[in-house]
Design a protein. Structure first.
Lengths: 189, 189, 189, 189
């Protein structure tokens, strides 16, 4: 069933963010090797996100050991930027009692789509992304994902056995310059 | 079933607002005599409002002839005022495709509770209010109201027969000074 | 909203039954004058009945004073008669914890549709029927009825005021021979 | 999350049945090696089965390639036997449009619990059972299982890699006499 929505074996690009909520340190995908990662890209005023995606993401966050499944929110604002700033997002996260780390996708000076959203070629919000233990993109889906499909996908990735050698290799293969913010303005050395 | 949640025969106080969306003219309760009025008091970042109250209010708005049942939203901001201003509310109404008139409860200079919310002694959001054809408060409930209870209550008020004399009398009984904004700062003459 | 599904002012025909569950006495509509009557016609192996209609009917039964709203089930078997007999129905009612009276629509010797179902021209199951305080048919709908619509309809009928004279008149207007079972085999005198 | 409900590495006992629906041949677990097996044990008049378990089982049946996930129903009647016989079950399966194979758990002459239900020590209905590619019991849960948990569990079992040698070994390890029906009447040699 999950063939159509799976992108196999492309390295998940590192996040490019302007800040974080619910964490003292910025989260990098590189730091999550060995875990399955669920990333929920949303906008706080997007009905499909608020009514379906966010509650589903909270369910995953509540049910799994964070050492096995890491849950990340990503606030990918591409419209109405003025009323979805960090202060509004903080109130949203407080009112909806969100506890998982939420990155703020870095705004793009030249266009409305923020950096990570563009790098991932997201079609809009909500977008559900799953990354496997070695940092590869395995699910990338715009719109609603059923609890059942999400469960099957997470179960599949959890069951994959990864050797210490593979993990060590996956930790190294993210070039330093990409992690520090390679974007359409060019890559910093 | 609806005994507990019904407040009988108190005149519904006039709305005290700082602006309106989805209408060219401010809406007054006095102008709605002869109709059953559903007023949904909400905050745009209140989860119970967004996930239950707002969709239910839209359903009522979609299913009834507006000549029989008038639907009004009331944005009663009592916390996080900075991120729930008019500009944010407009985006919210646009994204959620709300078409019914939405009043902005008039902020209170001396405390966080806005004027209409205080006048109605609301306990929080969401609050569901039903007003009968002669302008009396008939349902006033904080929190979730089931579709079934709301339906029974609206059906009951719709079925009540009101004579032309009663309607005419109800139009007159709202003192002018109250309509123009009697509040805790005192009443203007 | 409820114009389309309302049949106005036709006298609800008396029930023609072969037995009852959850009551020591057969229930007649004539005995329920002064109350709003919800009658849910179902088959115990009909998915739409079991998954939607029966839970909704139980909700109405649980929420209303039985002196104001009388709830009746009617088992209108028109297919697979062999496995939906009284013994099976009793198990069904026990397992689903149904407490309201359930009439067994009288089987018809000459065809598959039972008597009451034919008299009411029902299109299938589930069928939801509302009868007002004076015994008139006011809602007659095949398939799913939303909680909201059912609530509005019950509220409307509850609010109708009926004088003692009207009630007394309604008690008399059901001819005796019809009550005792006028069917396609002919009417007993 | 699925630690509590997982029984690890016990061989799933073979089914002991009195008949099958939706298949020309009886289904044996031995014939399903190499596939993940979902077995839903139910009774046709059990509310939790009809309102939750059966629709969930149909969803799994509809979404997966039957070469990867085999779905089986098992009608484990332990009460009201008279009205849940094969003829009634056939009507139930027809009305609910069930297409997956359904075994009829073999009635036990000496007590109400049928054979397979007893062998599996089921606590009641619905019971959800998952068997891995090598025929081991991996989930055994009485009552409601969330779509999410069921998905995670199926995904986990699907992802497990099994060598041809392991599969071949698993095919052989079911003693012939057990397959032919070892029960409380004694074991045939």
């Amino acid at each position: 069933m999950n063939k159509n929505t799976t992108v196999e074996k492309i390295k998940a690009p590192e996040l490019i963010t302007a800040g974080w909520l619910n964490t003292s340190e910025p989260v990098t995908l590189a730091s999550l090797r060995g875990k399955v990662v669920l990333m929920h890209a949303f906008q706080m005023l997007c009905p499909g996100c608020v009514q379906q995606g966010i509650p589903q993401t909270q369910q995953v966050f509540n049910e799994f050991d964070p050492e096995r499944v890491a849950v990340i929110g990503l606030h990918t604002v591409f419209e109405h930027h003025a009323v979805m700033g960090r202060d509004a997002l903080e109130v949203f996260a407080y009112e909806y009692r969100l506890r998982f780390p939420i990155g703020i996708d870095k705004p793009n000076e030249k266009q409305v789509i923020p950096h990570t959203m563009m790098t991932y070629h997201m079609q809009g919000t909500p977008t559900t992304i799953l990354i496997d233990k070695t940092g590869h993109l395995r699910l990338h889906k715009f719109g609603h994902v059923s609890d059942f499909l999400l469960g099957v996908s997470i179960g599949t990735l959890l069951a994959e056995e990864v050797s210490d050698e593979e993990l060590a290799a996956s930790a190294d293969d993210q070039p330093e310059e990409t992690q520090s913010g390679c974007d359409d303005e060019g890559c910093r050395i």
